[in-house]
Design a protein around this ligand. Structure first.
Ligand code: UD2
Length: 311
């Protein structure tokens, strides 16, 4: 199967490219290299340097004769979306439409879209783990643009017959995640600890997240590529369905580092949700997928990666 991975040189894309090539797929990355980088990929991986908003996209997709597109290229930062809603919409909505137009023109059979837990917005703790049938009530332009992009895929399916699978990711972590604005708490903590710096917990540390290793996201995407048509045209959460508090996270990182970590504490981040966990039953049943990476092992790999780049 020949697959085009938009955002293929980004954090999740780099895990997906490795997984697809190791599992016999013919995978090509497409990336504008603003957030992603060539170094995220292995030397023999094919990379097309182009933007998903480019007029060249249709020609690139037609020429490549792809069976499927995995659309990861996006503006992924909640804060950026609040500062620049129009930029966010251009990247995430217009970018998705451009990908769908290219898919339509070239008769690509299936498109997989990376979506997010942010599409659900804030939910009551009693509603955890969040199921895919839960209403979508985004609290940020990022959650909104991804939610709208999901609806575009559905409309393209109904109008032109292109199969799709939407994957709503929980909190993804792993090697090659940015530790700046787009980074998650795990990459920020691992980078700081690897460099001998302090970490700060915002709030009481009892907040929870559903942390999933990027390699497990990659296997979930591959399962979506090969899923039967009857499993398509629907959204799946990709998550561990396990809640981990920040205090627990820091304790596991202490085991990995080999010495206890004493975090600093700062004020709760405005707009933060407190508890988060996504149900993964539908993905297990529909895609025959399950997350395999134990948190401690995933954290060890991530810590070692940051140790490698800070040494
Ligand atoms: C994640 C996604 C976001 C969106 C959202 C949906 C990432 C990076 N972000 O945001 O794109 O999908 O979920 O709900 O995956 N924290 C600290 N110290 C730090 C950094 C963070 O205590 O130095 C806390 C932070 O206040 C929060 C928790 O760690 O309580 C997780 O923060 P995050 O930015 O990793 O992820 P989240 O869930 O806010």
């Amino acid at each position: 199967m020949k697959v085009l991975v938009t955002g293929g040189a980004g954090f999740i894309g780099s895990h997906l490219m490795r997984y697809l090539l190791e599992n016999g797929y013919d995978a090509v990355a497409l990336d504008n290299l603003t957030v992603g980088s060539r170094e995220n990929l292995l030397p023999d991986m094919e990379l097309i340097e182009a933007d998903v908003l480019s007029d060249r996209l249709t020609g690139i997709v037609a020429q490549g004769r792809y069976d499927a597109i995995v659309h990861l290229a996006a503006q992924t930062m909640v804060n950026t979306s609040m500062d620049m809603p129009r930029f966010d919409a251009e990247q995430n909505i217009a970018g998705t439409i451009n990908v769908m137009e290219a898919a339509r023109d070239a008769n690509v059979e299936r498109v997989i879209l990376a979506s997010t837990a942010a599409a659900y917005g804030d939910v009551l703790e009693t509603e955890l783990p969040i199921k895919e049938t839960h209403k979508r009530a985004p609290m940020s332009f990022y959650g909104l643009s991804k939610s709208v992009a999901e609806q575009y895929l559905d409309m393209y399916h109904k109008s032109f017959g292109i199969d799709y699978i939407v994957l709503r990711f929980a909190n993804v972590y792993g090697e090659r995640q940015g530790n700046g604005g787009e980074g998650g708490v795990i990459s920020i903590f691992c980078n700081a600890l690897a460099g001998g710096n302090d970490i700060t917990i915002f709030g009481d540390g009892e907040q929870t997240r559903d942390f999933i290793y990027a390699g497990d996201i990659a296997s979930g995407i591959a399962a979506s590529l090969s899923a039967k048509p009857k499993a398509a045209n629907v959204a799946y959460n990709l998550s561990t369905q396990t809640e981990t508090s920040l205090r627990e996270l820091v304790s596991v990182l202490g085991n990995i580092k080999g010495s206890p970590i004493i975090p600093k504490y700062g004020p709760e981040r405005p707009g933060d949700i407190y508890k988060s966990m996504l149900s993964n039953g539908r993905a297990k049943r529909g895609l025959g997928w399950r997350p395999m990476m134990p948190l401690e092992e995933g954290l060890r790999r991530t810590y070692e990666y940051f140790k490698g780049i800070t040494d």
